[in-house]
Design a protein around this ligand. Sequence first.
Ligand code: IMP
Ligand code: MG
Length: 184
Amino acid sequence: MTFDDQEYLTRYPFIEKILISSDEIQLRVKELAVEISNDYQGSIPIFVCILKGAYPFLADLTRRVAVDHEVDFMAVSSYGGGTESSGVVKIIKDLKANIVDRDIILVEDIIDTGLTIANLIEVLETRNPRSIRVAALLDKKIARKKEVPLHYPGFEIPKEFVIGYGLDYNEKYRNLPFIGVMKA
Ligand code: IMP
Ligand code: MG
């Protein structure tokens, strides 16, 4: 038995609407995987999953990538004074891989202000990889404070707080197979 997107709405009554359905996500992820497979022929890129939010995206994406590759994991927290993220990243869990001369694909759930990913790229550049590109399922472009290169964007979304497919609210709802908006 499968659990259709609509059925979650009865179990999770605080979800206002489904913004991107699980079918739409899977289709787009496949398209991105084809693009990546074409771009990285002859290379063995390392997909770096930014924990925790990117784990479903990493899993679905890499399963559709048809070139040899490795995966690694990194956890960061952006912190700073005040109410807004300063974008200063603190590495909570570092990579296992040596990335010198390697092609890196950072896999993110969402680019919001862009501060986290911009700082992470700065940190990783000091380790002399061959290249760094970014794949993000969601792009909240309108919230951007720092321009970041986003080579493989999934969907552009409005400035709304979303949950599901890895994205959490107080650590919950990462399990939802779609991207949803919570009731205010
Ligand atoms: P930023 O790009 O530095 O602002 O931070 C992006 C991070 O903020 C993401 O990796 C998410 O963890 C979190 N985030 C931003 N927008 C949302 C959202 O709508 N729902 C859940 N998490 C979000
Ligand atoms: Mg995150």
